[in-house]
Design a protein around this ligand. Structure first.
Ligand code: NDP
Ligand SMILES: C[C@H](O)[C@@H]1OC(=O)[C@H](O)[C@@H]1O
Length: 256
């Protein structure tokens, strides 16, 4: 039998109590990794993610914290490494998208979205990278950006710049960290059915329109991201850095 892709590796994932982060954490564990997850408020979701991972024999730990607070980054990396020994792979996934119109965007909604999605990513990636450099054994960092890094959204004027920023952060970090053997890449999901867009896609007309744009014929599931993230985490991607992988069922290229 082939060795699991992430055997012997420790993977850290932010925002993994539900959705894409949870699928990435479980996917990494299914491929042989021990996993630490960060989450913000959903204690039950985080506990069930940990339980699911432990049920198939891997180590797992959940650590609560708001990624908008810079102190959360060092706290998460330190406590995760205390529990699991090291960090080989870091997945920056935590994010919010409170849909709102542009002309009357509340300043606090803009600020919070920037702090969680972009500042949070910066501090988390920086803390993970410092630990990887100190370990001296390279590593893989993957950021969950979005198709929204490339295209706009009427009710996402505060959100799409954060996703472009995260994509750009991975490009610059790939240069800064290449000499340490640390690879930095992003995944760009299309529309994936999760809590983040549950209300927005409750509009049947919008949901049907969005699905109709996808050449593969359906909106995405969180598990659709697990394979691409595991690939970028693994040594199969050992010469891949600074790359961005669209995971959108073909929606981006479907202009006409
Ligand atoms: N769904 C989609 O269509 C797409 C999503 N994305 C991106 O994927 C990522 C995950 O989204 P998705 O799974 O859909 O969303 P969900 O709402 O399903 O999950 C979001 C996760 O992030 C956590 N989180 C939110 N805010 C914070 C915070 N301040 N600190 C720590 N954790 C936090 C949540 O924790 P808790 O529940 O405990 O509060 C939860 O675990 C986001 O970055 C999003 O921008 C990108 C493209 C498309
Ligand atoms: C939350 C949205 O449905 C989702 O977020 C993204 O980044 C995608 O582009 C979708 O707009």
């Amino acid at each position: 039998m082939a060795t699991p892709l992430l055997a012997g590796k420790v993977v850290l994932v932010t925002g993994a109590s539900t959705g894409i982060g949870r699928a990435a954490a479980i996917g990494a564990a299914l491929h042989g990794a021990d996993v630490a997850i960060n989450y913000h408020s959903d204690d039950a979701g985080a506990a069930s993610c940990v339980a699911e991972i432990k049920a198939f024999g891997r180590l797992a730990v959940a650590i609560k914290g708001d990624v908008a607070d810079p102190a959360t980054a060092t706290d998460f990396i330190t406590r995760a490494c205390d529990a699991l020994g090291k960090v080989d792979v870091f997945v920056n996934n935590a994010g919010i998208c409170p849909f709102h119109a542009f002309l009357d965007m509340p300043a606090e909604t803009l600020e919070r979205t920037m702090r969680v999605n972009l500042h949070g990513a910066y501090y988390m990636v920086q803390a993970a990278a410092n630990r990887m450099v100190a370990q001296g054994n390279g590593g893989s960092i993957i950021a969950v950006s979005s198709i929204s890094a490339l295209v706009g959204g009427e009710y996402q004027t505060h959100y799409t710049p954060t996703k472009a920023g995260v994509h750009s952060l991975m490009q610059s970090a790939a240069i800064a960290l290449g000499r340490h053997g640390i690879r930095c890449n992003s995944v760009l999901p299309g529309t994936i059915l999760t809590e983040i867009n549950k209300d927005d896609l409750a509009d049947e007309g919008k949901r049907t329109r969005m699905a109709a744009r996808v050449p593969l014929g359906r909106l995405g599931a969180p598990e659709d991201l697990a394979g691409p993230i595991v690939f970028l985490a693994s040594d199969l991607a050992r010469y891949v850095t600074g790359a961005a992988l669209l995971v959108d069922g073909g929606a981006f290229v479907n202009l006409q």
